[in-house]
Design a protein around this ligand. Structure first.
Ligand code: G3P
Ligand code: MG
Length: 255
């Protein structure tokens, strides 16, 4: 139920590069990661771009205010998403999802695409992200389902975004993302026809891990930055985790 790598670079390059940029993807790759998680939302004109925060102010300094979804893709890709991190990354721009997919395909990097919609655009974001991924994986989708491991995994805290992704492109696998385990977790996974639950490791316990695995789902944790904790949850049956500490790749026995 988890045919993917078990250690994944969070937001591309963890703490070593500006999150959700192509520089972050290159950084993760340079540290041995062939699996990456990143966040995607929509521009004003409906183009998926990499971005975590719905509002500007933390990672993009110009403009310092406003909502991401009020800017077109052309405006967003001209913005500096690197200077906030360090001068070395000045001029690193907000990438389109399409650019990142092309980069990952070329470099054989598996993708966990986290759909991170503006609350006003949950359905549209889920649909647009799924359709963009499909465009680049038509051959794999058409081949047969043996190839699931080659497809990106779509995840989201937004049930509605994931449902829209399912309706638009059912063949791209989905994972439901939660902080703490909600009472209706099993029904949500079933309705979404999801293959995995993604959960904050701080809210994971052995009974929860057992329940999710016994129900037949993959189990993935965010964001695990400590080797001892990684070993503990993996011993509980967790299938994989993302990390900001890229050094973990060299000391954790991963596939
Ligand atoms: O996808 C797991 C994790 O990235 C969720 O939290 O806020 O880092 O996107 P966040
Ligand atoms: Mg994320």
């Amino acid at each position: 139920m988890w045919p993917y790598p078990n250690i994944v670079a969070h937001r591309g390059g963890g703490i070593l590069a500006p999150e959700n940029t192509l520089a972050a993807m290159r950084c993760g790759l340079a540290h041995g990661f062939h699996a990456v998680e990143f966040d995607v939302m929509l521009s004003k004109d409906g183009i998926p771009v990499l971005m975590h925060d719905v509002e500007f102010g933390r990672t993009v300094l110009n403009p310092a205010t406003g909502r991401v979804c009020d800017f077109t893709a052309a405006e967003l890709v001209a913005m500096d998403a690197g200077s906030w991190f360090s001068p070395e990354f000045r001029g690193e721009t907000i990438p389109l999802l399409e650019q990142v997919i092309v980069f990952c395909q070329k470099n054989h990097i598996w993708m966990n695409v986290e759909i991170k919609p503006d609350p006003a655009w949950e359905v549209e974001t889920g649909r647009a992200v799924a359709q963009m991924v499909r465009q680049h994986y038509v051959d794999v989708i058409q081949d047969d389902h043996q190839n699931q491991a080659k497809l990106p995994l779509l995840s989201s805290f937004s049930f509605d975004a994931l449902m829209a992704a399912k309706l638009a492109v059912p063949d791209i696998p989905r994972a439901y993302l939660v902080e703490a385990l909600p009472a209706d977790w099993l029904q949500c996974l079933q309705k979404l026809d999801a293959i995995a639950l993604h959960i904050d490791h701080q809210h994971l316990s052995l009974p929860i891990a057992k329940a999710v695995k016994q129900a037949g789902f993959g189990l993935f944790c965010y964001t695990v930055n400590d080797l001892a904790r990684a070993q503990e949850i993996m011993a509980w049956g967790v299938d994989g985790f993302c990390t900001d500490q890229l050094g973990l790749a060299s000391i954790y026995p991963h596939v």
